[in-house]
Design a protein around this ligand. Structure first.
Ligand SMILES: *[C@@H]1O[C@H](CO)[C@@H](O)[C@H](O)[C@H]1NC(C)=O
Length: 102
């Protein structure tokens, strides 16, 4: 059911033209964890993360692929799925550049 809902959200994002939806844009040259992007500050919506994951050929229905992942921030709040962290993603202390956990 979770995956079914995700598929619908991804489809909706595609139909509406895949505009990134967020409260605060993350901008170049920052790298941010997926779970950071969905927090109250950035406020990216799930469909935007799914769109970025799908564009990178990833499984957008898989939560760890969406959240435990480093995204590169580009102009206008565009996020590019970069790589999944097998041991989780850390918002580093030298924010906002994220790192994968060892
Ligand atoms: C989700 O992705 C992780 C990391 O690649 C993988 O280990 C896991 O098997 C995937 N889960 C599903 C349900 O595909």
């Amino acid at each position: 059911m979770v995956q079914f809902t995700s598929a619908i959200l991804a489809l909706a994002a595609t139909i509406t033209g895949a505009q990134a939806a967020f409260k605060t844009a993350c901008t170049f040259p920052y790298d941010v964890c997926g779970w950071t992007l969905t927090n109250n500050v950035y406020g990216y919506d799930l469909a935007t993360l799914q769109e970025a994951a799908a564009a990178a050929g990833q499984d957008a229905g898989n939560g760890t692929i969406l959240f435990d992942t480093i995204y590169n921030c580009h102009a206008d709040g565009v996020i590019i799925w970069n790589h999944h962290c097998d041991h989780g993603c850390d918002a580093s202390l030298s924010v906002p550049n994220a790192n994968c956990r060892a």
